[in-house]
Ligand binder design. Sequence first.
Ligand code: C5P
Length: 371
Amino acid sequence: MTVRAPAKVNLHLGVGPLRPDGYHDVITVLQAVSLFDDLTATTLDTATLDGPPTTADEADDDGVVVTVEVSGEGADPTAQGPATTTPDVSIVPTGRDNIAVRAAHLVAEAAGITSERVHLTLTKGIPVAAGMAGGSADAAAALVAFDALWQVGLDRATLASLAARLGSDVPFPLTGGTALGTGRGEQLTDVLATGEYHWVFALADGGLSTPAVYAEFDKLSEGRLRTGPTPADDVLAALRTGDPVQLGAALVNDLQPAALRLRPALRRVLETGRELGAVGAIVSGSGPTCAFLATGATESVELAASLAGMGVARAVRRASGPAAGARVVEEGPNGADGSGGSGGTGGPSGPGGVAGGARSSGGADGPGGGP
Ligand code: C5P
């Protein structure tokens, strides 16, 4: 059983003051883009595995044992970037801190499952700790995978509420497309978006911690009267036109000054992208990835090549949006051979915005965000 889930870019991220619960109210517009993580869940035969637990995970007390293996990021041979690009999957936890493992336990709890052993393989096409919600994509993929694997049949609303318990950014990769997020970002509504958008992402060395960027935002906002998050009207209007130039000019990220304070070198990356013809240039979410909008597919190829040549980024990726939400792409027995069907869009370089999906229980296929 393999589920594919997309990365996101925030077209608008308006942030309000710190709330008593430690979160910030946001008004955000999210677009899923065609960089994907694939999560393969394989049921292990409990009969042949009745020895003592071999890892910390296997000692979990709900009777559900999940082991994790991570690979990817940088493994895409078509990716542009220096040959020395090192995938940084090593910072993804493989124990019970892994958000996909937490998702598995939540589905087990919801379904009353008390004895299962599952192995997860995470193939990461989404850069790690990069402000593109890769961990959230993994969690969303896990919710869809375990719901299908254990034939639980959770409805869309239940999946979304489990997702929100896992993190503010987890509900979005379930649906994909283009959406407006409010609350702490987890309350989603569809937006009317036309067109396909061509993005170039400049990846940076090392990650940025989301809480650290929000904390820097609080420091920068100290003493300033902030009534609420900046509304997203300009981005929403641009999305209705389908014009990348208008969308590029409307992009907003209230976390950008904080991310730039923590990583001043990103200023140069943003300037370089603009000089090379990007019609929009912004830090993606809490960073440190910088997102550039091109006017079309050809322009994005040129922009990606030029950016890679300037050496301002660890690596450069192209992607299009909107992309579909988390969906089953292989339904082999236990995910073993994948012969059971495919709803995929043809791999990480495939077009975004296609609501594929072999999933029949109806929960999480994305709207694709099209007109
Ligand atoms: O929701 P999640 O656990 O992914 O959020 C991680 C951290 O990001 C929070 O603990 C908080 O510090 C910060 N955050 C925030 N406001 C939001 C979303 C996240 O302050 N709306």
